[in-house]
Design a binder for this molecule. Structure first.
Ligand SMILES: NC(=O)c1ccc[n+]([C@@H]2O[C@H](COP(=O)([O-])OP(=O)(O)OC[C@H]3O[C@@H](n4cnc5c(N)ncnc54)[C@H](OP(=O)(O)O)[C@@H]3O)[C@@H](O)[C@H]2O)c1
Length: 295
């Protein structure tokens, strides 16, 4: 089967390519002209076919989709942006254009890496993800929509205020609501496996890690693992709500919305995901051990 991966130079997309290359599928990646040389080299080493294109350029999507059986898209402008990229142009219009291009090319299956909406907080990124999900459901292709909870390798790092190395952690809300932190590697493994899992066709699958832990519990696990006492500071839900209301930029508004969702917690019922994808999922404890041992 020919599989196109869009977002292949990103965290999840590259891991999907690694996983797919362990199967007998042929893998093609949509890569931008501006992509980092190291990422291209990695895809090249994996033996992935690269097609240059951009979600903002529909003609390039037609070229990328030609002859593929399945498309997996993880692309997002939230963390990796070039000129002209925005939630509207990439996460919404670009992804919609990709769904349309996949239909035109006769692709049979589309796997979309989306996120959860628990609780439902409206911001531009949610609107974009839901618009793509709706288009996919009506596309006539088989679809698998993966609604993933918070990635531990993103949200439990200094980039988002979880600076265990400096023993300083910023908590969204009071940090007591449990979240099913998931490893991006597990999301990638599931996205790649979805291509060969008929029971995951025409399905929305909620993804979370093996245990729901509050941010304060995660702080205690880091402390117990040898980091020592960690200082925490809280950003209240009221402050996050004000940030979201005051933001004029859709990206800032979306980040505030994601932090507010994080504050409210996200414990995922993973029964369905575990049935469809019976893998051993990475736990927060394993993540902490690998962070502290530098592996
Ligand atoms: N972080 C979380 O906690 C979380 C939770 C649930 C779901 N998710 C979802 O998971 C998905 C994957 O996240 P990630 O961490 O892998 O993201 P990432 O590392 O930032 O990768 C984003 C990818 O999208 C590509 N891209 C951006 N704009 C593009 C455009 N105009 N045309 C073509 N490609 C474009 C990037 O290409 P370049 O390298 O060329 O920039 C990159 O390959 C996202 O959709 C995100 O919403 C994330």
């Amino acid at each position: 089967m020919n599989v196109l991966v869009v977002g292949a130079t990103g965290l999840v997309g590259l891991e999907i390519c690694r996983r797919l290359q362990e199967t007998d599928h042929s893998v093609r990646a949509l890569v931008r002209a501006t992509a980092e040389a190291a990422k291209r080299a990695e895809l090249d080493t994996l033996g992935v076919e690269m097609v240059e294109g951009d979600l903002k350029d529909p003609a390039s999507l037609d070229r990328a989709c030609a002859g593929v059986h399945a498309v997996i898209s993880t692309a997002s402008s939230t963390l990796s942006r070039q000129g002209g990229d925005s939630i509207k142009s990439v996460d919404q219009d670009g992804q919609l254009a990709l769904v349309d291009a996949a239909v035109r090319a006769g692709a049979e299956h589309f796997v979309f890496v989306s996120f959860r909406q628990n609780p439902r907080i409206e911001h531009p990124l949610t609107a974009a993800k839901r618009a793509v999900e709706r288009r996919l459901k009506g596309s006539g292709m088989r679809y698998t929509i993966l609604q993933a909870s918070y990635f531990m390798e993103v949200w439990l790092t200094p980039a988002l205020g979880f600076d265990y190395a400096q023993r300083k952690v910023r908590l969204y809300g009071d940090g007591t609501n449990p979240i099913s932190w998931i490893s991006y590697r597990d999301v990638a493994r599931i996205a790649a496996a979805a291509v060969d899992q008929p029971a995951a066709h025409n399905a929305v699958v909620e993804l979370g890690g093996p245990q729901a832990l509050s941010p304060r519990e995660v702080v205690r696990l880091f402390e117990a693992a040898g980091v020592g006492p960690i200082k925490t500071e809280e950003i209240s839900e009221a402050d996050l709500e004000s940030q979201m209301a005051a933001a004029t930029d859709p990206l800032q508004q979306s980040f505030a919305g994601l932090m507010l969702q994080c504050a409210k917690g996200d414990a995922v019922d993973v029964t369905n995901a575990a049935r469809l994808f019976p893998f051993e999922m990475t736990s927060v404890r394993t993540y902490i051990a690998s962070q502290l041992s530098g592996t």
